[in-house]
Design a protein around this ligand. Structure first.
Ligand SMILES: Cc1cc2nc3c(=O)[nH]c(=O)nc-3n(C[C@H](O)[C@H](O)[C@H](O)COP(=O)(O)OP(=O)(O)OC[C@H]3O[C@@H](n4cnc5c(N)ncnc54)[C@H](O)[C@@H]3O)c2cc1C
Length: 46
């Protein structure tokens, strides 16, 4: 049987969003992460 892939949807790509996504990715590398940002720029530092 196919395993259902876990998916995390992050809303906001400024400071908190990418930080949360990066942490979640470290905790679970198999996680599929989708990040939405309403503006034209996404933070690259976080
Ligand atoms: C005047 C001012 C000066 C500051 N100066 C500093 C400083 O010098 N140093 C410092 O460390 N901190 C500073 N801060 C604090 C810092 O800006 C915040 O702590 C930090 O930006 C919070 O990050 P956040 O990701 O929680 O929220 P935000 O930075 O507000 O990010 C939220 C993101 O979500 C996006 N978003 C919102 N709704 C949606 C939606 N429906 N769909 C898709 N995207 C969405 C927004 O476009 C935004 O990019 C300052 C804050 C202010 C107001």
């Amino acid at each position: 049987m196919n395993k259902v892939k876990e998916r995390l949807v992050v809303v906001g790509g400024s400071a908190g969003g990418p930080s949360a996504a990066a942490k979640a990715s470290r905790v679970n590398p198999d996680l599929e992460i989708i990040m939405y940002e309403q503006g034209p720029f996404v933070s690259y530092g976080a």
